[in-house]
Design a protein. Structure first.
Length: 166
């Protein structure tokens, strides 16, 4: 499975349009995940093998979410985010922090805003600690958009909203 994942990452980050290859490799990876014994909701025993399986499964799902964005497949992205939430909350104590967590959560917040799913947006935002809402560049922008949009509707002369993260 590790070899397939390395092939996927190479195709994902490589030059050229390799989305079809990425999609085929992702399908293989998701099927291979079924052989893992330590996936949620099964209780983890804290062993090194369980932690490696959980970390690899989370990485595969994160790359799947990013692939969905590249392919502009929003329903698929939504499904990946739903699967990843378990790893970001329930399994967080057993896993090292992920570099892709907040970019994915920020994209999910922007998706909810763009789809005018304001109640779900606020529910998702409430699950993120307040300190991160103000400090994390990927969360800060979507968190500020509703308040700036509201102020903008009151005074539509100039846009003074938050700037996009780089």
């Amino acid at each position: 499975m590790q070899k397939t994942f390395e092939q996927f990452k190479k195709a994902f980050t490589g030059a050229g349009d390799q989305l079809d290859a990425c999609l085929q490799l992702m399908t293989q990876l998701k099927i291979a995940l079924l052989d893992f014994s330590s996936l949620p909701p099964a209780a983890t025993d804290g062993s090194a093998t369980a932690q490696q399986e959980l970390t690899l499964a989370r990485e595969i799902l994160e790359h799947g979410a990013l692939l969905s964005i590249k392919m502009m497949d929003i329903p698929s992205f939504e499904r990946y985010v739903a699967q990843l939430k378990v790893y970001y909350t329930d399994c967080a104590a057993h896993l090292p922090e992920s570099q892709r967590q907040f970019p994915i959560l920020g994209l999910n917040l922007l998706r909810l805003l763009a789809q005018n799913r304001i109640a779900e947006f606020h529910t998702e935002l409430e699950q993120i600690p307040m300190a991160l809402q103000h400090s994390n560049v990927y969360i800060k922008f979507p968190a500020q958009v509703p308040s700036h949009t509201h102020r903008q509707s009151l005074s539509p002369r100039t846009y003074t909203g938050p700037s996009l993260p780089h």
